[in-house]
Design a protein around this ligand. Structure first.
Ligand code: SF4
Length: 196
């Protein structure tokens, strides 16, 4: 019988070798995930970007810089699997669309998402970045615009919802000044609590 950490290693090895939707991807699959049995912050997002794909590091781009600023984390803290887990809904870079990246491959979450979630402690802060993650984990708020979803869960100590921190989020912040003035300070306090 496998121990928990052997089971996790086996699963992660299986994930890294996955080629299930290779024919639909613009590059050789490079599944990216960061999980551990000690991380008490879990960031669920949509899919790695092109730079993350090239370097093999999640959130290693301008959007990642903005996300770290929102969360009050250093690059080293974000990259530390013992403290922060990162699980995109699609684990491989899906390629470019006419505006922005393509959505995560749907077969990916069906195959891996729940199994990988089991590797992360149940008591944690879960941060849902973008509508793909929010639709999966907050289906009851699916009908609401992003700003409303973000506000609806802001009081929760174990949950946060954020827009994707791409350049478009600058427009979101301009339209919703409460996001920077009120929500981000509270979010940073939550993250500090769960990472100390
Ligand atoms: S996107 Fe997911 S399902 Fe497709 S090859 Fe990558 S890991 Fe496998």
């Amino acid at each position: 019988m496998l121990t928990a950490s052997e089971g996790a290693e086996t699963l992660l090895r299986e994930v890294r070798q996955c080629r299930r939707c290779a024919a639909a991807l613009p590059h050789t699959p490079r599944p990216l995930v960061q999980v551990s049995t000690t991380a008490r912050v879990l960031i669920i997002s949509q899919a790695p970007g092109s730079r993350s794909h090239a370097r093999g590091i999640l959130w290693d781009d301008a959007s990642g810089d903005r996300l770290r600023e929102w969360l009050g984390l250093s690059a080293a803290q974000l990259a530390d699997p013992a403290a922060v887990a990162m699980l995109p809904m699609g684990l491989c870079y899906p390629g470019r669309a006419a505006s922005g990246d393509r959505p995560p491959r749907p077969e990916c979450a069906a195959r891996w998402h729940d199994r990988l979630l089991h590797l992360v402690p149940g008591r944690r802060l879960t941060i849902l970045v973008g509508h793909h993650a929010q639709h999966r984990h907050l289906p009851e708020l699916r009908h609401l615009p992003m700003a409303e979803r973000v506000r609806q869960v802001a009081h929760r100590q174990d949950l946060a919802a954020l827009p994707h921190p791409s350049w478009r989020s600058v427009l979101f912040m301009r339209r919703h000044p409460w996001f920077e003035d009120e929500l981000l300070p509270g979010l940073r306090a939550k993250v500090a609590h769960w990472t100390r």
